[in-house]
Design a binder for this molecule. Sequence first.
Ligand code: RIB
Ligand code: NA
Length: 340
Amino acid sequence: MGITVIGSLNYDLVTYTDLVPSSGETIRANKFETHPGGKGSNQCNSIAKLKSKNLDYKVKMIGSVGNDSFGTQLVDLLKQNNVDVTDLAVLDNYQTGIATILVEEATGQNRILIAEGANGQSVYTPTQLEKLFPQSLQSLQNDEQDEYIVFQHEIPDPCSIMKWLKENRSTYQIIYNPSPFKKLSREQWLLSDILVVNEIEAMQIVESVYPKEEHTAYKLAIEKNFIEAYKTLCTDFQKKLVNQQNSATVIITLGSRGVLFCSKNEPTVGYLPAVSGIKVVDTTGAGDTFLGGIVSQLYEKKSLADAALFATTASSLAIQKRGAAESIPTHLQVLTTIKQ
Ligand code: RIB
Ligand code: NA
């Protein structure tokens, strides 16, 4: 019973700068820092920090790091946050994944280049998956959806793991955050029960799986009325692009313009504006913090609207600090901010 993240762990090498260089250009930056990151481990740390302290469920990370000091620091941070790391591989002949990040100080916006390193080895055979996800007696006895498995796309083939889970552990809920974006078939999209995408990924999905006319129509509609067009898209994804067996939930984040959400049980698209009036320092990992907020709260049976408010508040706190994993707030900090 609990939440497992199966994905990447990266160490972030972050340069803070006023300008980013053009090709062939050398310029001076303001400062350089190293921070724990990686979409998988950020999301896992976020779930662990944002879960209710009075609820006792397991948060687990599955993935691979190199046998180096970056890997050690990433594993230590997960352990500090009480994450189960027993199935995290430390590989002798690979480097820990590295993200080279440029953060523009005026806006806090980032550019990220990842070198996958050990993450490239996070490929699992059916025999390994049997061991990683043993069939519990409870899930054999009742239909309760008591396991959440969270995926991003910084490991080679998350979809084949999702497919195995759907075929062999049908009560598990699959949460998919398609980042960085990769083209998938309609069948692959349909493996997820809860799909969390940003506005850019949403349009990349439309471009890759919808007929050309529909893509063009959506692009025009977005220019005319941004929120309304994305609302229509949210409903469309909810009906056509997620597994209909379970909650069939779709969440589209729109950055500074807010977030949209709907599900099979709450089909009317909900909208929540972003938190305004804050100084954005570093947006790296904001989406991962948001995802951890959503996933922990939905697991704890909160409504979509409550989970969205919690997650939006969490990411608004994260973007006011530098670093990805280290800027994730605690459950209490989020609750206190919501009450203010
Ligand atoms: O989502 C932010 C993360 O993307 C960074 O921490 C970096 O490691 C990349 O994986
Ligand atoms: Na941050």
